[in-house]
Design a protein around this ligand. Structure first.
Ligand code: AQP
Length: 336
């Protein structure tokens, strides 16, 4: 095989991360992590716990340390195989912070100020609008470019980040010479945007203060059923997906993402049934889907030495790959 063939036949690299800002939600799972599991078959997958990104919002250090470890265990519990994929904790690989700084020096102020996440989080935490919140897109660009990722799975709310990363990479390549591969968005075939159960126009979020609004992937069956029972719907009695039925649309989206059934099939299945029956059905399939994850997680958390070893192994492998790009970037910038 000549060199060109070897290059073109390599498996493409996919990279994504999740913040350890709390136990993953059903949204994190159906919108991201469940797909990450399937992608392992086809791609070289790099998945990380984005603890440096989580620093932009105030946190308790001891709780964060535990949450990062728990997030790593949750990724494995959800089916990410550390033998097959590279799973690691971001801050354990110093190259991320180093690359983030170098790329922040190529990040236009104007572009940073237009980022929706900066605007949203500043509005949510007006008492703590810190520089990290402003420059996080440069850190994120570093996360992606360090591993020369081909694809980044993106939801509708993340295309801005990908565009930013591509612009920074192109600018760097232009100014300092060809260094970075420009990543493309990966738009999963399956994948759902899951909304809050109490306010179905807002996305389901780990850090929602109203626990009834969110299904956490470690919730037990009873809790899951109870939360779905109290989900906000509407005053009609028809299980159909259409504008104005945000609560029902959300439940149908969840049911579809878990069972693989189409929206039309779901409408047919529940024709003539009430919202109560539908809520119980959604709660039941979700509880069945999450049960093995909860069991895997409990097993992993009991096996401290296995978890520690996997965390260390992930960091070592990731650092090895990241260092190569970091060194090249530093050379190009005249730092070594
Ligand atoms: N509700 C959701 N529906 C579908 N996908 C979702 N994701 C998050 N919420 C939903 C996807 O999960 C991945 C990891 O997200 P993250 O931890 O990096 O940050 P986030 O998007 O800010 O998630 P949260 O749960 O809302 O966290 P907090 O409360 O800390 O801000 C991403 O791919 C995201 O799209």
């Amino acid at each position: 095989m000549n060199e060109k063939d070897a290059v073109t036949s390599r498996r493409k690299i996919i990279l994504s991360g999740i913040q350890p800002t709390g136990t993953f939600t059903l949204g994190n799972y159906l919108g991201a992590v469940k797909n990450w599991r399937h992608l392992q078959e086809e791609y070289d997958c790099y998945y990380f716990v984005a603890d440096l990104h989580a620093l932009t919002v105030y946190h308790d250090p001891a709780a964060r340390r535990k949450a990062s470890r728990a997030a790593f265990a949750l990724l494995l519990a959800c089916g990410l195989d550390p033998e097959q994929s590279l799973v690691f904790i971001q801050s354990h690989v110093p190259a991320h912070a180093q690359m983030g700084w170098m790329l922040s020096c190529l990040s236009p102020f104007g572009d940073l100020s237009r980022m929706t996440q900066f605007k949203d989080k500043s509005a949510k935490h007006p008492e703590d609008i810190n520089a990290g919140l402003f420059t996080y897109p440069a850190l994120m660009a570093g996360d992606i470019l360090l591993y020369q990722a081909d694809y980044v799975p993106v939801g509708a709310d993340q295309t801005q980040h990908l565009e930013f990363t591509r612009n920074v990479a192109a600018r760097f390549n232009h100014v300092y010479g060809e260094t970075f591969r420009l990543p493309e968005g990966y738009f999963p075939k399956a994948g759902a945007r899951v909304m809050s159960l109490q306010e179905p126009t807002a996305k389901m979020s780990k850090s929602d203060e109203n626990a009834k609004a969110t299904i956490y992937i470690l919730d037990d069956e009873k809790t899951i059923l109870k939360k779905f029972k109290s989900a906000v719907t509407d005053s009609e009695a028809e299980i159909a997906f259409r504008e104005g039925k945000d609560g029902i649309n959300n439940l149908m989206t969840i049911y579809s993402a878990v069972t693989g059934k189409s929206l039309d099939e779901i409408t047919a299945e529940f024709a003539g049934k009430g919202y109560g029956d539908f809520k119980t059905a959604v709660g039941t399939v979700v509880a069945d889907e999450l049960r093995p994850i909860r069991e895997n997680y409990a097993r992993l958390m009991e096996d401290k030495s296995y978890l520690d070893a996997e965390i260390a192994k992930g960091a070592e492998r990731a650092a090895h790959i990241a260092e190569r790009t970091l060194k090249k970037t530093m050379r190009k910038m005249g730092l070594c």
